[in-house]
Design a protein around this ligand. Structure first.
Ligand code: NAI
Ligand SMILES: CC(C)[C@@H](O)CC[C@@H](C)[C@H]1CC[C@H]2[C@@H]3[C@H](O)CC4=CC(=O)CC[C@]4(C)[C@H]3CC[C@]12C
Length: 369
């Protein structure tokens, strides 16, 4: 909690503060930011857990709002010193239309930037994504790359395209004069695949395994590495970068940083088994059980079914052409830019990250019995 020795004077706003990552950012700020006077949580859907946060020394203000509505964003931003913008439509399963994804992720980010400029907020941290870089539509591997590694970032899918455009807008806004004449200082964080307590996809895969008698069937070669990072470390990096951005605007303003920790390099499926195995699931097959062309056919059939059924119901399975291509393309990062620029070190070791995630899954498992 806040240290009385340091003046509590800052107002932070977290957009998307009730999401998987957002909740961890909110809780991390309350634990690790001693200068916090008020913490505003802006989200389309407010969680009931927010009430428990209102008993501490920091004023917690829950704001139900929509980032696509400029006036709602401006009202929430007014008076904030720092904005951490995590709100977004994270959809690679065809649940939302491309237009809606663009409206939330791009127009919503434009609204946040303009709100900072109009109301005089000087510091903006944007939650971008590894997907801004890749994997690209050509399936080029990105093997333990960093922020400077050359890579042909080519996107067609609405989600990565929207994240790339939003990140570009945030970085271009760095240096704009805000109300009062000071410069806006922005930066973007690029998490790889986030895991940890509250990860909906992990929950979906777990229940899929239960439905298949405790088994999951390998679809991706074990050799295809996919970067993963623990949600607590991503939250910590957001808190640290928001603090250090105020101290080193010339160095950090306009920069991008991959989010990373000591999570091991594994295939997406093998990495998930670190948590699903202790919950009783088994991954069948040491290599893919089906040939890739058959997986592509099944993925295409899923996409066709989704389109045919859309007037009646939402059919959004994990396997579709985009998710298959993502899972089947190596994308891992190896960097220390965040450490060099603002002293970032993961707050949670791999062992702690794994234990916390397993405990969350086992608690979910016991409630599912
Ligand atoms: N989950 C992952 O593996 C990764 C996520 N990210 C990024 O991290 C951020 C958070 O992602 P998650 O926590 O996984 O997603 P999430 O879906 O759990 O959280 C997103 C939050 O934004 C809110 N939101 C959505 N539309 C909104 C709107 N129009 N107005 C206000 N709030 C709105 C949602 O209600 C939700 O609480 C996103 O920007 C995403 O692109 C980046 C890399 C990896
Ligand atoms: C059905 C099988 C082929 C199975 O292995 C599919 C897994 C698939 C659902 C995931 C594989 C890679 C994931 C994405 C990756 O972690 C990068 C991401 C970054 C984000 O900003 C949001 C989430 C995601 C797109 C993530 C989504 C799930 C996967 C596609």
């Amino acid at each position: 909690m806040a240290d009385s020795a340091q003046a509590q004077k800052l107002v932070y706003l977290v957009t998307g503060g009730c999401g998987f990552l957002g909740e961890h950012v909110v809780r991390m700020l309350l634990q690790q930011e001693p200068r916090l006077r008020e913490l505003r949580i802006f989200d389309l859907h407010l969680g009931p857990w927010l009430e428990e946060l209102k008993t501490g020394p920091v004023q917690v203000t829950a704001i139900q709002g929509d980032v696509t509505q400029a006036h709602e964003v401006a009202a929430a931003v007014a008076g904030a010193h720092v904005v951490i913008h995590t709100a977004g439509l994270v959809d690679v399963f065809g649940k939302a239309s491309p237009e809606t994804i663009h409206e939330v992720n791009v127009q919503g980010t434009k609204n946040v930037i303009e709100a900072c400029v109009q109301t005089g907020t000087q510091f903006l941290v944007y939650t971008s994504s590894m997907e801004v870089v890749g994997p690209n539509i050509k399936g080029h591997p990105f093997y333990r790359g960093n922020e400077d590694t050359p890579y042909e970032a080519v996107h067609r899918h609405p989600y990565p395209s929207s994240k790339a455009r939003a990140e570009q807008l945030v970085l271009e806004a760095n240096g704009r004069k805000v109300r009062g004449g000071l410069p806006l200082v922005t930066c973007a964080l690029r998490p790889t695949g986030i895991y940890g307590e509250g990860h909906q996809i992990m929950r979906d895969i777990y229940y899929q395994g239960l439905r298949l008698g405790g088994r999951l069937f390998r679809a991706i070669p074990a050799s295809v590495e996919h970067g993963r990072v623990y949600v607590g470390n991503v939250a910590w990096m957001h808190v640290l970068v928001a603090r250090e951005l105020q101290q080193r605007p010339a160095l950090m303003g306009g920069q991008v940083y991959f989010c990373y920790d000591k999570s091991p390099y594994k295939s997406y499926e093998d990495f998930n088994m670190e948590f699903l195995g202790p919950c009783g699931l088994r991954l069948v097959g040491t290599r893919p059980l089906l040939p890739y062309w058959l997986l592509m056919l099944l993925a295409a059939l899923n996409a066709l079914l989704q389109w045919l059924l859309r007037p009646l119901l939402l059919y959004a399975p994990l396997l579709n052409p985009y998710t298959l291509a993502m899972a089947n393309t190596t994308f891992t990062v190896s960097t220390n830019k965040a450490q060099r620029h603002f002293g970032y070190e993961p707050l949670f070791s791999w062992e702690e990250s794994r234990t916390r995630t397993i405990r969350w899954m086992q608690a979910m498992d016991s409630s599912a019995q």
